[in-house]
Every structure is written in C-alpha cells, then in structure tokens.
Write a protein that binds this ligand. Structure first.
Ligand code: NG1
Ligand code: ZN
Length: 541
C-alpha cells in the first residue's frame, strides 16, 4: 500500500466529511456532486475485492441508469458478471462512511478490513471499468482511479463509454478467456450477432417481421446499438434510433426512456402514434439495462409490453421447446418476479402456463440469485429489467442431446435453438440490446405480431406513486416487500383499505435508489386502482 503521507494527500483531495452513504438497490446512487468520497473509497474496495478473488477481474460501472442527468452512481460487478456479493456491500458502505469522518477513521477501518479478510495489499488485482454518458462521469472516474491506485498492483482496463450490461458481460468473459481475443465492445457485438445469425439461419428467418423503432433515452445505448446493428443485413434500413442525443447531458432520460414510458404509460417524445405500417417500438433506459416494448393498436392507442410481458413470452417459448424435445421433466423452468409484477401476469404464468413463480425483493441481484435455482430461470422486473439464465445442467443435457446421432432432425433443430438462445441472451444481467434481440427472435419464430403478444393476458389496472416522507429508513418490510413491519400499525391500515376493493392489492416500500417511498396498487378497474393508490398514499404520509 502507499505510504501514509501520499495516502493522506490523496484522501484529502477527494474525501469530504458530513455525508452518510448506503449501498442501495443498484450500488451507490446520489446527486453527482456528493459522490467523490464514495468513488474514491469504491476504488479502494474494488481493488481489495479483486485481490480477495485471487486477482480475477472485478467490474465497475459508473451510472445512475434511469435517474436524472445530475445524478450518478457506482456499482461493483463480481467476476462472473453478477452483482457484488452482499457481505461486501456492507464493507463498501462502512469504508465510505469511515471516509466521511476523517483520515484516521478511514485508515483504521481500512487496516481492520484488510486484516479481517486476510488481504495482501501488494498482491495483483484487475478492474474493468466503464461509465455511461453523464457529464460527471470523467470527474468521478478520476476519483475512483485515485482510490484504486493506493493498492500498487491493480491493473485497470478502462472501457470508456459502455452500457451497463456490456460491462457485466465483458467482466465475465474477460475472466473466462484469459488468453483469447480482446474482450472489448466489438467482442460483445460479435458474440450476440453471431448467435442471432445462427438462430435466424436455423429457423429460416430472412428479415425482421416489422420495422423497429428504438428510443435510446438520449443515453449511451444510442451509439452502442447503432454501432452494433448498422452494418448488419437484418437491421440495416429496418431500424431507427430516436432520442439518440447522448452528447447533450441534460437530455438524458428527459421525456423518454423505459422508465418514462412505463411510469407514464405513454409514448416517449420522438415516437409518433401511428398504426399505418407494421412496427414495434421499444425504449431503453439511460444505461441500456432495461427495455420495454410497445405499439399502437388499430385505434392508435398506446399498448405497453413491459417486463412482465417479456417474462411470459420467454417462459412460454422455452416451455414449448422443452416439451417438443421431451425435456420438460429433466430441465426445470421457473419465473422470478417482484411484488411489482402485475397480478394478471403471475396468474397467467402459474395457472395458464403451469410454470412456478417465485417473488423476491426488488433489485435484479435478488431475482438473479433466485433464478439460478432453475435450469432455465426467467426473471424480469415489471419495469423491463431482466434476463434468462441457463444452468450448467442445461448446457450438459443440451450438448449430450446434440451429440446423440440417433436424434430426429426436428429434435436436433430444437436442441440447437435452445443452445443458441443461451448465447443470444446476456445471462449476466438484464440487457436492453440482448433482450431486444431475444424478443425479436421469439416473435419471428412464433410468427407473432405485437398485438398477438399483447393478447396473451390483460394487465390489471395499476398505479405506482412516489411519496416523499421525512425518513424512508423507518419503512421496513417482510414477505418479499409485500408487507410492512414498521412503522407500527401502518400495514393494518393498508389491509383495511385494500379490503374495500375487488381483486385489489397494494404494498408500500422505501425506494433503494431515490429518497422516497413507493406505493403500488392494482385493482379490477382503473378508477379503483387510482383511488386505492391515492388512499394508501394518504395514510403513508
Ligand atoms: P427502487 O428505487 O429501489 O424502487 C428502482 C426500480 C427497481 C430497479 C432499481 C435499479 C421500480 C419500482 N423500482 O428501484 O426495479 O430497477 O430501480 O435501477 O421500478
Ligand atoms: Zn438502468
């Protein structure tokens, strides 16, 4: 480690007293002007994590996703591309909060951590880092790099501007392929496009079934999706990216993007309400790890195809392929949702498809950990954040099937399809680009229009409201966030309100990314859902 004098000088450059940080749903996320301290300490912590993981590459993403342009954040990605292990979230928080006291508190805590974890601070480590298009990104990157440099043997690969899922994917592949080709964003494009080419060739698909309009939220997804798809025969001339002004920081997520479309249930700026040509539209969020689809029906009305609709589409698709090759008993298929999933989607998956559903707390890290208990685990948050994960057993069973020379050609075709789908989907985390291609591939194979997809089930009317409260930390939940434990007595009041409505549901939880409490309500009519949300909001305040 650096000598004390140099360390103290660096510390004083970046660390300021008087702020308390918490590692939230997706890392540290605040207004960018209070982030320097935690960027510096996260630089230290990511280095320690890599040394602890025997030098394997740890990823770091600087982003605040769908939040406004003046926010930013940082999260650490573990070597397999997954979210940071939970016990380390507390180390990250405690290290940051020691640094907001003074240099002595920071160095004492750091020494204690290093000692307790048995870390040799001179050992080698590797970090792969990237950022989204926010204006504060370069400044925060400098603070991070200075933190990581207090450990002398940490090698940094700076990928520059990437989408969040690209960084997850490259972190994971970088660890798998030590001596292979360069693992950069072009490697990402090649991997996913070759899976797309294999699937379309296998299924005889010659072109996109309809025009594609992509709202890129004026974020980093815009240049990346253009760079990836522009030169490809399927997409060239058949897709259009709107809200692609990623170089104007103030326009990020403004009147556009997945969060805007899902929350307001309306078209983003830049996409016209028309139904004169077959088309499907989608919106990414600011760092392109979420996607929602939509279209306008014959009356020109907006129809949303959100994360729940994607989960049901993938679940139904994989279920039908598994049963076509008689693998439904040997390979388990399950869907993971959160309490925000529309009740109709859960009912459809469980009762119509007969596929088990598990509910976890909000945040993909929770969904992901549950999904890996299945051989094919489909997980999506209603807001469009999710993916599909395939187990080792899935790989083994499929490759065994493929090497069996007595299989019929239709069985071989289905097994190849399963195998190629596991390559088309970014299994490390939700990925707008990869999910988009996955959905387009499924719709093309099934020959479905967006209208047909939408008709699978009808959403219950619902409402999500943000309520500002003096202290959101008092809102403690249980039962996958569906019930409040505290403040005392509040859950009883919510239950009493819910009982006034037909087929209704409502729950309250503190946001992990914003200083607010979220109220969700659904009921059998629009009026009832709105009324329940408003009455629950009143008792929460
Ligand atoms: P919070 O702010 O904890 O509700 C939001 C989303 C999550 C997840 C994270 C990370 C909702 C209701 N919540 O979390 O699903 O995507 O942001 O970006 O959409
Ligand atoms: Zn995001």
């Amino acid at each position: 480690m650096l000598d004390k004098g140099t360390l103290e000088r660096l510390f004083k450059t970046y660390c300021k007293p008087g702020f308390t940080y918490a590692y939230g749903t997706a890392g540290f996320r605040y207004k960018a002007d209070v982030l320097d301290t935690v960027m510096f300490t996260t630089g230290v912590l990511a280095g320690l994590r890599s040394i602890y993981m025997e030098g394997r590459t740890v990823g770091v993403m600087i982003t605040a996703s769908h939040n406004p342009p003046e926010d930013n954040g940082v999260k650490i990605v573990d070597p397999k591309g997954e979210m940071l292990e939970q016990s380390w979230e507390s180390y990250a928080t405690d290290l940051a909060n020691s640094a907001t006291q003074d240099f002595t508190a920071f160095s004492v805590f750091l020494q204690k951590l290093v000692h307790e974890l048995g870390i040799d601070t001179n050992a080698p480590g590797n970090i792969a880092i990237a950022r989204d298009s926010r204006e504060s990104g370069p400044r925060l990157l400098r603070a991070f790099l200075s933190g990581s440099r207090i450990l002398p043997n940490i090698r940094i690969t700076d990928h520059g501007l990437l989408t969040t899922p690209q960084l997850h994917f490259l972190t994971s592949k970088g660890n798998e392929q030590q001596n292979g080709p360069a693992v950069d964003r072009f490697f990402y494009y090649k991997e996913f496009l070759s899976a797309w080419d294999d699937i379309t060739a296998l299924c005889g698909i010659k072109s996109l079934p309809y025009k594609l309009e992509i709202d890129a939220a004026n974020g980093i997804g815009a240049p990346r999706v253009k760079e990836m798809l522009s030169a490809h025969k399927f997409f060239d001339g058949n897709f259009r990216v709107v809200n692609d002004d990623w170089q104007t920081p103030a326009s990020l997520n403004h009147l556009c993007g997945a969060d805007y479309v899902k929350t307001n249930q309306r078209l983003p700026h830049g996409i016209q309400a028309k139904n004169d040509c077959p088309r499907i539209c989608c919106s990414f969020d600011g760092d392109a790890d979420r996607i929602v689809f939509y279209f306008c029906d014959s009356k020109g009305q907006f129809r949303l195809l959100d994360g729940d609709k994607m989960a049901t589409l993938f679940a139904k698709f994989f279920q039908s392929i598994l049963s076509s090759v008689n693998l439904q008993e040997s390979l388990s298929l399950g869907v993971v949702q959160t309490a925000y999933a529309n009740g109709s989607s859960t009912h459809y998956i469980e009762q119509v498809l007969g596929i088990p559903v598990t509910c976890t707390p909000t945040g993909v890290k929770h969904l992901h950990h549950e999904a890996i208990n299945h051989d094919i685990g489909v997980y999506f948050e209603a807001n469009g954040h999710g993916t599909v994960v395939f187990s080792k057993k899935f790989d083994e069973v499929v490759s065994r099937g493929l090497s069996n020379r007595h299989q019929s050609s239709s069985t071989l075709q289905s097994l190849r399809l399963l195998s190629k789908f596991s390559n088309l989907i970014n299994q490390t985390v939700g990925d707008a680009i990869s999910d988009m291609m996955g959905v387009l591939a499924v719709l093309s194979i099934l020959g479905w229009s967006p209208q047909k997809w939408d008709l699978e089930y009808t959403d219950l009317p619902n409402k999500l409201v943000k309520v500002l409260v003096p202290d959101r930390t008092v809102y403690k939940t249980t039962n996958a966030e569906r019930q409040l434990l505290s403040p005392p007595g509040l859950q009883g009041k919510i239950d009493a309100l819910v009982a006034d409505y037909q087929h209704a549901r409502s729950f309250v939880r503190a946001s992990g990314t914003e200083d607010a409490v979220r109220v969700y309500a659904e009921a059998s009519t629009r009026e009832e859902a709105d009324s329940l949300a408003s009455r629950v909001s009143q008792v929460v305040k």
